[in-house]
Structures are given as C-alpha cells and as structure tokens.
Design a protein around this ligand. Structure first.
Ligand SMILES: O=c1ccn([C@@H]2O[C@H](COP(=O)(O)OP(=O)(O)O[C@H]3OC[C@@H](O)[C@H](O)[C@H]3O)[C@@H](O)[C@H]2O)c(=O)[nH]1
Length: 252
C-alpha cells in the first residue's frame, strides 16, 4: 500500500474517532450582512510590498469590490512594487512589522510577511523565526477577533531535503533535526554549513502548525499555500534563490 493510501486509511479511521473536529467558524457580526459589507471585501496582505505579495495586490485590486490594505516593514520589499496603487481610494499602505499586533477590521488576510531569500532570512535568524511564529500568532489572533479567513504562504522547504520527487501533499518529508551546535562529535567544517537548522523551514513549519491548531481550536477558516521555486518581475536579482542565481550567473 502506498504511503498516501496508508495516510488516507489512517485519516478515515481517525475521522470516525473522537478526535477534536474543528469547531464551526465564529459567527460573523450581523453587520456583515448589511448592504455595505456585501458591497466590499476588506483584505489585508502582510508582506504585500514583496515580490509575490505585490503581484497578489495587483490581482486583488482588479476586483472593484476589494479594498486592500498592505502591512509591510520593507525588510526586503519596496514601496516601488506598489507605486501604481498608492493614493488609490481602495488601497492603503501601512509600514508595520507583524511581530507587533495589528488591530484592524478585515474580512480576509493573506499572510506573506517573511523574508524568503536565504541571504535575508539568515541575516537575522531569530527575527525570521519571530516573524513566522509571533507574526502568524498576531495574524491568527486578528482573524479570530474579526472572523476573517486567513491564508498563509508557506514553502516547499517544509519537506526538508525530499527523497520523493515531485512532493505530493501527503509526503512526510525528509527533515534533518540535527544542528551542528548540538553535536558533541567533531564535524568537518565543510559539513558545518549544512548542519544548521533553518530558521525559515522551521519557522514555516511552526506557522503551518499554528494555522491548523487555530482552525481546530477556534474554528478559524484557513488556507495554506506551499510555494515552490518562483521567479518573475520584481524579484531581486541578488535574491540568492536558485532561479535568480542561475539567471544572474547566465547574464553576468
Ligand atoms: O519581518 C518581516 C519580513 C519581511 N516582510 C516583508 O515580506 C515581504 C516578503 O517578500 P519577498 O519579496 O522577500 O519574498 P517573496 O514574495 O518571494 O516570498 C513569498 O513567497 C515565499 C513565502 O515564504 C513568503 O512568505 C512570501 O512572502 C517583503 O515585502 C518584506 O518586506 C515583513 O513585512 N516583515
């Protein structure tokens, strides 16, 4: 029996058990059914000044019913990516670090705030973990308070160093729980760089776990997108990711 069938079998058995089924989503306030709210959707995009976030904002703004609010600390993103929307009546840009709470009324949250480039997320690993853990907790707390649906952009890195290609969603991954700092055995320097637990991979795994636990515990409506290698306009050429490295080396 293939691994995914085993998992399906297990999930089927578990669903007939007494496991904690997700609670129903919180009932939105009666105001939500008023004509005003039906006429527009208030959407928060954290990390919306980044490469993927700014393209998402472009897409969301195409719908005249959407009012888009971007919260970004400009660690790797830029206002330049959003210049065509600044001043637009349905658009608002806030300089905000998601490790601090954000108290606004919204209907949907797209939570992208996190450095995705190895150069940047390794620059301050503790901050990267804080952004993924505290930042996601803040966004889930907001979603719970206002009854918003929330999407987290996760990453293919959660699978670790996969042995199965391509990775299907039911793949358990191949993760290295060792960090060179914990090993008492001497490690050749060459391996040291490979034996550091990644603040980005681990941070995204915790963020995903928080999403599922808030869904089960508080009935929050969640979505998770595991983004694999992406490239395109507005990506920083010196981003340090595989595709931008390949292109940069080809053109230089
Ligand atoms: O603490 C932080 C770190 C980063 N950010 C912002 O988050 C945005 C991240 O955008 P980047 O261009 O660096 O990265 P990308 O758009 O490629 O990453 C995207 O896909 C991969 C996912 O893991 C990321 O969560 C998602 O943002 C930037 O605008 C950055 O300024 C914050 O707002 N707070």
């Amino acid at each position: 029996m293939y691994e995914s069938e085993v998992i399906q079998e297990w999930l089927k058995k578990a669903s007939n058990g007494n496991h904690n089924a997700a609670k129903p989503p919180p009932t939105p306030s009666p105001l939500r059914f008023s004509k005003f709210f039906q006429s527009n959707m208030r959407i928060l995009v954290t990390g919306g000044a980044g490469f993927i976030g700014s393209h998402l904002v472009d897409k969301l703004m195409e719908n005249e019913k959407n009012e888009v609010i971007v919260a970004d600390n400009y660690f790797t993103g830029s206002k330049d990516n959003l210049k065509k929307w600044i001043g637009h009546p349905r658009f608002e840009l806030i300089r905000h670090d998601v490790t601090e709470p954000l108290l606004i009324e919204v209907d949907q949250i797209y939570h992208l705030a996190c450095p995705a480039s190895p150069i940047f997320y390794k620059y301050n690993p503790v901050k990267t973990i804080k952004t993924n853990v505290i930042g996601t907790l803040n966004m889930l707390g907001l979603a719970k308070r206002v009854g918003a649906r929330i999407l987290l952009t996760s990453t293919s890195e959660v699978y670790g160093d996969p042995l199965v290609h391509p990775q299907v969603e039911s793949y358990w991954g191949n993760v290295n729980p060792i960090d060179s700092a914990q090993c008492s055995i001497p490690i050749p320097v060459f391996f040291m760089v490979f034996w550091v637990r990644s603040c980005y991979d681990e941070g995204k795994r915790v963020a995903e776990t928080l999403m599922f636990d808030y869904h089960r515990q508080h009935g929050i409506e969640i979505r998770i997108a595991r983004i694999f290698n992406t490239y395109g306009p507005r990506m920083n050429i010196d981003d340090g990711r595989v595709v931008s490295n390949f292109i940069a080396q080809a053109v230089r």
